[in-house]
Structures are given as C-alpha cells and as structure tokens.
Write a protein that binds this ligand. Structure first.
Ligand code: ATP
Ligand code: MG
Length: 368
C-alpha cells in the first residue's frame, strides 16, 4: 500500500490536500479532478484500475466521469442506471465499500460492462454526501481474486466522500445560478406590478367614470399611459439585456467529450469553418445542445444524432438531428420554449420539428 515512508493516514491526508488545492483552480477541469481521484485511489490501495461513475442530470444515467489504469475507449459502454446495478444500490444504501466475487459479478452489473471488466473481484465505493447519491467508483486489481484490508476500505470510502463533496459543490453552484435567475424574474414581476399596473389602474378608473372627460383629464391619462409604457420598456430591456452566465466549458469541448463516447449517445459531429463560438453565445449554444440531446434520448430511440455547427462571419448555427422518432409529437414541455426565449434575447431563433420520416430537427441560428 502506498510507496512512501509515510503512514497510510498521513499519506491519505497529503493526497487530499493535493486534490483539494487543485479543485478551486480554474484550470482543473472536473474530469481531470476525477481522474486524479481515481489515480489517488490506486496509489493508496492495492487497486490497479478505477472508474468513477457520476450521475449526469441531462442524460438521466450514470456515465464515466474519470478513470485510472484503464483505456478510456473501453468505457464507452460503461453507463447505466441504478436499477440495473444492484451492487451500486447496496454500496450507496449502506454507505459501505462493496466487494463482488467473480461469480456475483454476472448478476450485479449490466452485461455491457463486460468489455471493460474482466472476470475478477470488483469493488464498488459509494459517492454520497448529506443523503444525496452522486455515483460510485468501481475498482479492481486488473484480474484475480482478492480481499480488501480494513485500511483500504476506509481509504476508499473516504475518497468517495471527497468525490461526493466535489460533485455537490458543482451542483450547488448550478443551483445558485438558477436561484439568481428566478430572483430576477420575481423582481421584474414586482416592478411591472408596482409601477405599470398602478398607472394603468389609475387610467382605467378615470376612463370608466360616467363623467365627460375634460382636457386636463385627457392629458393626465395620456401622460400616465406614456409613463407606463416607458416603465414597461425599461423593465423589459433590463431583463433582456445579456446576462453573463458561466458554464465552465465550451461547445467545442462538450462536442469533443460526446465524440469520445462520454455519454454513449451515437453522435456524428461536423464543425464547419475554423471559427470559434463567440463567448456570449456559449451558454445558449450549450443549452440548446443539452436540451436537444436530452430530448433525443427521451422522446426517440436514436441510432444516430447528427450535430452540425456552422460558423461564418454572418451567422452561427447549431443543428441537431436525430432519427428513431416513433410517435408524432404530442409534448407540451418547457425545454424548447425556454431555449427559444433565450435565443430571442440575442436576436436568434430556435426552430424545431419533425424533419423527414422518423427524424427530429432542432436548430439554433444567430446572426453575428
Ligand atoms: N428529439 C426529439 N425527438 C422526438 N420528439 C421530440 C424531440 N424533441 C422534442 N420532441 C417533441 O417536442 C416536445 C416538446 O419538447 P420540449 O423539450 O419543449 O419538452 P419536453 O422534452 O416534453 O419537456 P421538458 O420541459 O422537460 O423539456 C416533446 O414533448 C416531444 O413530443
Ligand atoms: Mg425537453
């Protein structure tokens, strides 16, 4: 265990400090952090290979978010749901590291993991914190049977807590962002209510009185209406003005991840032109991509999802077309409407609908 002269506890602590000091540096991407965590797990225990699986909200399944000692291309098929992975359920429910014998392995993890895992003893470490389940780490010695020591178990469990903490911090940031946007909407509603409504109400009272209006009354109505319109315009302009929203990644990076098989969605990606997406359009374009992918796996059974990015001096477009659409659209969701609204704010549009038979197209176009 370990290779220095330090006691295991001190070495574990050292690794934690090292991992944590990197986490708030912006150059440490989340994937890199999870790779380093897997690497630390192997360094501090007798494990040789480790894969960290995290729940991905937008795809509603766990996907490999980091690994060590294993060819990442083998991880393409390693994704799944908790239902099909009883060992992960047990690890999370008991909050304990689990060990599986080669005999148990067959029933406890989905068959498509077999490409990545040979018949061997396998361990499963829970990633949970504050009663939330974020995922698990699978680790083994790359073959053969073994039993974990108590020290190893403890180290793995602790690293699991660290990973859960990191995952929850990212989720918390996203939630804060959402809370801030909600607050802005409430502010808009309040402003419209307090200023515009009052003026209009005053005008409606005057207009509905039985008495004939004198020139002064008319003038007051006119000026109140004018003020109300001006207030409304100011409030709307402020809400529509671009609000910087950070995503911590770029469309190009996200497409790269998809292409490398990150989420097991069958994508074909084409990027026309060697320009980059303007930074102000990054959040929107990533939102459209996310919504389209989520929709494709939710509302269809795609065998392929074509993603095309076109960037010229005049326009930016992102098109996502999937096949495998069975039933005609009957949805009344919010996802596409929300991204459409966001697109309007930068003068763009989102078009969507059935393409040809069995295909669905979502397209974002923004003039530059
Ligand atoms: N890729 C797709 N394939 C087939 N149908 C789709 C696809 N994308 C959207 N649809 C249809 O368009 C409807 C509206 O999509 P939209 O994303 O706005 O809402 P939703 O996905 O149903 O709900 P949510 O508010 O969670 O996004 C869907 O309900 C579905 O019927
Ligand atoms: Mg949707």
């Amino acid at each position: 265990m370990g290779n220095g002269v330090l006691s295991p506890q001190v070495e574990t602590l050292d690794v934690f400090v090292e991992l944590f000091s990197g986490i708030d540096r912006s150059e440490t991407e989340p994937g890199e952090f999870y790779n380093r965590l897997c690497e630390a797990l192997c360094r501090l225990t007798s494990m040789r290979r480790a894969v960290l699986m995290l729940y991905d909200d937008s795809l509603a399944r766990v996907v490999a978010a980091g690994s060590h000692g294993i060819d990442p291309s083998l991880l393409v098929d390693v994704h799944g749901t908790l239902d099909e992975t009883p060992v992960a359920q047990r690890a999370l429910a008991l909050d304990e590291v689990q060990e599986l014998t080669p005999e148990q392995l067959a029933h406890e993890v989905p068959a498509r993991y077999k490409g990545a895992l040979e018949i061997t003893t396998l361990t499963c470490t829970p990633l949970s914190a504050a009663n939330r389940w974020f995922g698990v780490i699978f680790a083994d010695r790359g073959g053969g049977r073994f039993k974990l020591t108590d020290d190893e178990r403890h180290t793995m469990w602790t690293l699991g807590k660290l990973a859960a903490l990191a995952a929850s911090a990212r989720i918390a940031t996203r939630q804060q962002e959402r809370a801030r946007r909600l607050y802005e909407r409430i502010e808009l509603a309040r402003e419209v209510h307090e200023r515009v409504m009052h003026r209009l109400f005053g005008v409606s009272l005057v207009l509905s009185s039985e008495v004939e209006l004198g020139p002064a009354d008319r003038e007051r109505c006119r000026s109140e209406m004018r003020e109300a319109l001006a207030d409304l315009r100011t409030a709307l302009e402020r809400t529509l003005s671009p609000q910087p929203r950070r995503t911590g990644t770029t469309l190009r990076e996200e497409l790269g991840r998809l292409e490398r098989g990150y989420a097991d969605v069958p994508v074909e990606i084409e990027w026309k032109g060697d320009r980059e997406v303007p930074p102000r359009l990054e959040p929107l374009s990533q939102a459209v991509l996310g919504e389209s992918l989520r929709n494709a796996v939710r509302h269809a059974t795609p065998t392929v999802i074509d993603i095309r990015v076109k960037l010229s001096a005049e326009t930016f477009s992102l098109e996502v077309v999937n096949d495998g659409v069975m039933a005609p659209s009957s949805g009344t969701g919010m996802g596409l409407r929300l991204v459409s609204l966001e697109a309007l704010q930068v003068g763009g549009v989102v078009e969507f609908g059935a393409a040809d038979v069995g295909r669905w197209r979502t397209r974002l176009v923004v003039p530059l």
